[in-house]
Design a protein around this ligand. Structure first.
Ligand code: NAG
Ligand code: NAG
Length: 354
């Protein structure tokens, strides 16, 4: 029966080719990121904005000591997540023209420092809004299909890990600072509005093929060094509890959204990441995590410097950022970010299969 034998050979060979073309089961082919300065790996270098971290001392512990635009002394959580999944050590920025679609196929960040869920937040520093980030994601998807073919692109989109790290700027840069939003919404109304925007964004990205999400909650906003420094009329360096209450309240709504979408969206696996709990613990007991200072940033005086104010000129900037939870007055150090990445990786979906 030589014909049948030949047929069997053909089928076997095809099966082998199929197996070789696909990733091993469970392997994540890409890390795809949306968000603010906690996730922007360099997009803001390519737009006209004030929110830039592409100057020293940012990046001084990055490979080659390069200030890539990341608001830290080294890598961000998404970079560590990518490396831990066997993907590149750093996640490229979508707007960086140095990256081809082939580089971007194993991970990409659409995040923009200064962006929020609210469009108005990004407009303050002229950052990319979340809806612009999702527009770029649509273009990325189309480019990936052209470059890799429908099937391979679909595999990447549906097996990638999607990280959302956004929302702090809506409060710190917008609502709690400028009265414009306060006239229109009470705080609880604003939280509901923002969670509604997050819902629409997650649904849109799911609709484009995403399945596995990590939704990072807000950190304890009132314990960021800048907020401690501005905590008047009690300038004792205490955490601003009003801001922490806002963060906890928003986070509990966000957690509710994650549970709801896990129920409603077909095939989705969303995990909420308790960044608040972890960072509170690092701030309260820094020594347990190997830090010496959780009150000031490493950069400058450590209380006010971020962005342009955090520059090389400062003789006060610390020598070893690994001893600090914060690198500047708002953003964690690389070592703190590495710990946060562990929690992002470990976060599990709350999806319950009926
Ligand atoms: C943000 O702006 C875009 C473009 O103008 C618009 O399509 C989108 O609906 C806006 N999103 C929100 C939440 O207002
Ligand atoms: C992640 O989970 C592993 C295994 O359960 C555990 O050993 C590790 O400490 C966890 N990491 C973090 C940062 O929670």
């Amino acid at each position: 029966m030589p014909a049948l034998f030949v047929l069997a050979q053909v089928v076997l060979a095809a099966a082998r080719r199929g197996a070789a073309a696909a990733d091993p089961p469970g392997r994540v082919p890409a890390v795809i990121v949306f968000g603010d300065s906690t996730a922007d790996t360099g997009n803001n270098n390519f737009i006209q904005t004030m929110a830039r971290g592409n100057h020293p001392p940012y990046g001084r512990d990055f490979a080659g000591g390069v200030a890539t635009g990341r608001f830290s002394n080294g890598r961000l959580p998404a970079d560590f997540v990518s490396e831990a999944l066997g993907l590149p050590r750093s996640v490229p920025a979508y707007l960086d023209p140095g990256h081809t679609i082939h580089h971007l196929a194993t991970g990409v960040s659409f995040a923009s420092a200064g962006a929020g869920l609210d469009n108005m937040t990004a407009q303050i520093p002229s950052a990319m809004t979340l809806s612009e980030q999702i527009d770029h994601f649509r273009r990325y998807r189309a480019r990936l299909r052209r470059a890799k073919g429908q099937a391979a692109a679909h595999h990447i989109m549906s097996h990638a890990l999607y990280i959302f790290s956004i929302g702090a700027s809506d409060f710190l840069q917008n609502y709690l600072v400028f009265p414009a939003r306060g006239y229109r919404y009470t705080l609880p109304e604003y939280e509901v509005y923002l969670v509604g925007v997050a819902e629409a964004a997650l649904r849109a990205v799911h609709g484009l093929g995403a399945r596995a999400f990590r939704v990072v909650g807000l950190p304890p906003l009132g314990c960021l060094p800048l907020e401690r420094a501005m905590n008047l009329p009690r300038p004792t360096g205490e955490c601003n509890e009003v801001y922490n209450v806002v963060a906890r309240s928003f986070n509990s709504r966000l957690r509710g959204l994650v549970a709801k979408l896990n129920w409603e969206l077909p095939g989705v696996r969303l995990a909420y990441v308790d960044q608040y709990g972890l960072m509170s613990a690092m701030i309260a007991k820094p020594w347990e995590y190997g830090f010496e200072n959780s009150v000031q940033g490493c950069c400058g005086t450590g209380y006010v410097e971020t962005g342009v104010l955090c520059s090389l000129d400062s003789a006060l900037t610390c020598d070893n950022a690994d001893k600090y939870v914060f690198f500047d007055a708002v953003h964690p150090s690389e070592r703190a970010y590495k710990i946060i990445a562990g929690v992002i990786l470990n976060a599990t979906s709350t999806r319950r299969f009926p």
